[in-house]
Design a binder for this molecule. Structure first.
Ligand code: HEM
Length: 137
């Protein structure tokens, strides 16, 4: 077992569960029916933690590559575009989750619904971009 494969596998482990949590948490908050306020409050913190884990593990992929190869992977232009989409979705997702967890209680119901929709959209877009990144790398 090489240290490099183990490092990639551990980063991927966090990244996969983070992906499941950002999408699943946002969807479950509102669908198939809106969850009670206290459940939504807990989910907002969970989704915020998951976005932080996604960004940290995403950056860790690059750190592992640099550590073992001394350079970042040379990826196709399509893969670079997919990565840019993921990063943009992650920044927007993180900001929205931070707002919802910190200020969501004081905001109106309409604001909270919009935030959950944005979080679900950011997660779905990032997940779709991940498929493109994987096969055009
Ligand atoms: C700053 C944000 C992010 C960065 C820098 C990043 C980076 C990466 C990298 C470098 C890979 C490995 C690609 C490969 O296997 O060739 C990867 C895989 C993956 N990422 Fe991300 N990612 C980010 C955010 C996200 C988000 C927000 C999601 C989902 C909601 C996500 C879902 C995935 C999935 C599912 C894979 C595995 C794809 C596969 O092997 O089939 N990523 N990511």
């Amino acid at each position: 077992m090489s240290a490099e494969n183990l490092a990639y596998a551990l980063v991927q482990l966090v990244h996969n569960f983070g992906a499941a949590s950002v999408v699943g948490g946002a969807v479950f908050a509102r669908w198939p029916m809106p969850q009670p306020r206290e459940v939504q409050r807990a989910l907002a913190w969970l989704v915020l933690a998951a976005w932080i884990a996604q960004i940290a593990s995403g950056v860790s992929f690059a750190a592992v590559s640099r550590h073992f190869y001394g350079a970042l992977p040379d990826i196709h232009a399509v893969a670079r575009a997919a990565l840019a989409v993921k990063v943009a979705a992650a920044v927007l997702g993180l900001a929205t989750a931070a707002w919802l967890a910190g200020r969501g209680e004081r905001a109106g119901e309409a604001g909270r619904v919009l935030a959950w929709r944005m979080l679900a959209a950011c997660g779905v877009i990032a997940l779709a971009a991940a498929a493109v990144l994987r096969w055009f790398s």
